[in-house]
Design a binder for this molecule. Sequence first.
Ligand SMILES: NC(=O)c1ccc[n+]([C@@H]2O[C@H](COP(=O)([O-])OP(=O)(O)OC[C@H]3O[C@@H](n4cnc5c(N)ncnc54)[C@H](O)[C@@H]3O)[C@@H](O)[C@H]2O)c1
Length: 343
Amino acid sequence: MSADLAFTIGGVRTEVRFVERIEPLDPASVAVFDTVTRRLFGGGFPAERSVVLPAGERSKRWRSVEAILGRAAALGLGRDGRLLGVGGGVVCDVTGLAASLFMRGCDLALSPTTLLAMVDASLGGKTGIDFRGGKNLVGSFHPASLVLVCPAALATLPDREFHSGLAEAIKTAVIGDPALLDLLEARREAVLARDPGLLAEVVERCLRVKGEICEADPREEGRRMLLNLGHTFGHALESWTGFRGWTHGEAVAWGMGRAVALGLALGATEPGFARRLAALLAAYGFRLEAPAGLRELGPALRLDKKRRAGTLQFVVPRGAGDVAVVSAADGDVAGALGAREMG
Ligand SMILES: NC(=O)c1ccc[n+]([C@@H]2O[C@H](COP(=O)([O-])OP(=O)(O)OC[C@H]3O[C@@H](n4cnc5c(N)ncnc54)[C@H](O)[C@@H]3O)[C@@H](O)[C@H]2O)c1
């Protein structure tokens, strides 16, 4: 099986292969699932070489890492052994952290089963768990050597999770692939109907954009920050709402809307593009309106780790496939939070 895509991120080669089904890679690896992905995709995997975590964000904790390490140790997995994560971003992040720790680092393969994990979490090397209330507070950098993308796996994904991944796909198109933006506009119904061939193209295009950015800047010292489009506002909304009521993707889509409002106010975003992006996000059903009491978001934004030297850094779109990092004063940010129009 040859690689469909390959990237070298932080000195580690990651091969991406598109596959028809999810199956064991080799008899010696240890597979990690959550309860849902085990039921859906775990049929061919031996139970004794599998770790099954509870589904959902609550599994992004140390206990999950310990369970994986414990099973790897009990099975006598060697340094040349491999951990294979089969699941969404949660399984990818936790399996990645365990792989970075086992015997000071063992091989990692990921088979992402949510759209978000296919277009984002499976590539780039970031691993992590939530710790003492801090999202992704503990983590490491450990790219997978192999990413196995099975677009057919998306057929069972709940609508809301699928939608959440679409926000990241739109984000990626805005950052670096104008043709993908055209495709998401023109073929919206087929995308929403989850046409597997079309989804494979969407995922491949997203992985190309992310992979190339990560190759250029593996440790997020510069260009990789562009991938945070929509995330500074989005994370603040998620923490302000207590991670309830909005999925990550919905918050990112909303955050992209706020980034456009900020870009317009600062003269960075082309008004025609602002209208186009607002129309696309609305057509996919994303909420762009500000929740009541939103101005209280200010403190959550000020805590954002992207704050540098007293001003907040934001990624704003300029046009299709063209984004910039801007510094914004508190007044501009407050204006963008309250803005009604996007273009
Ligand atoms: N490392 C990175 O670069 C990176 C990037 C983006 C997000 N993340 C992380 O990813 C996590 C979110 O990932 P997520 O949205 O995939 O959530 P998730 O892993 O919790 O999966 C969402 C739900 O979908 C279920 N599921 C998974 N695949 C399914 C399928 N094919 N059919 C039916 N149900 C399925 C899961 O069991 C779960 O209940 C967050 O913790 C975030 O921090 C990491």
